[in-house]
Design a binder for this molecule. Structure first.
Ligand SMILES: [Zn+2]
Length: 192
């Protein structure tokens, strides 16, 4: 199960919890809550482990879950365990000697990754727009791919010392092969 399959999981379970609570089955409802929490955590662990084992450098947008939590988007943002996933990526990345950067996500959806013009869809109301064409250079974009490109280039611009990325570059002296070996043994430890 990918981390993002877990997003829907909570919502389906919500109905069941609601029904249990209405019928006064408090303990069963609580048990269901715990199950959801475990599933979400498990999905975040698996996804972050896969990312850390596959990539040397990972750049994550700093989606403000607190700000979004006040909107109608709240449920899906909280469902996805975004904050948890970021924490897992950071500590696992640090152990494995990876570069994990958290970058400012401002304008990464609006900005055209080809020419930089702010011609894309903006605001919560336009979240439904999945594909768009840059009015400036004519390039057509997939919303998520375009935003990911912008986040990645924001990561290259601001170097390695970004807030949230505590490990210093000097600590990452070992060669690529020893890093991979470390990552491998770490994965074994996790699996054991
Ligand atoms: Zn453009």
């Amino acid at each position: 199960m990918s981390a993002w399959d877990a997003i829907r999981f909570y919502r389906d379970a919500q109905h069941q919890i609601g029904a249990l609570q209405r019928r006064g089955h408090v303990r069963q409802a609580k048990r269901m809550h715990r199950r959801i929490r475990r599933c979400r955590q498990d999905a975040c662990h698996k996804f972050s482990r896969k990312m850390i084992n596959t990539y040397q450098k990972i750049v994550v947008g700093d989606v403000s879950s607190l700000k979004l939590a006040k909107t109608r988007m709240a449920k899906s943002v909280l469902d996805s365990g975004w904050g948890m996933l970021k924490r897992f990526l950071q500590y696992k990345g640090e152990c494995a000697g990876r570069t994990v950067q958290i970058v400012n996500e401002r304008n990464t959806s609006r900005g055209c990754s080809s020419c930089g013009a702010l011609s894309g869809p903006s605001g919560l109301r336009q979240l439904a727009v999945r594909h768009w064409e840059c009015a400036h250079c004519g390039e057509s974009h997939d919303r998520d791919v375009n935003a990911a490109r912008n986040i990645l280039s924001a990561g290259s611009r601001c170097g390695t010392s970004v807030s949230g990325n505590e490990s210093s570059p000097a600590e990452r002296a070992p060669s690529q092969t020893s890093r991979l070996r470390e990552a491998g043994s770490d994965a074994q430890r996790v699996a054991a």
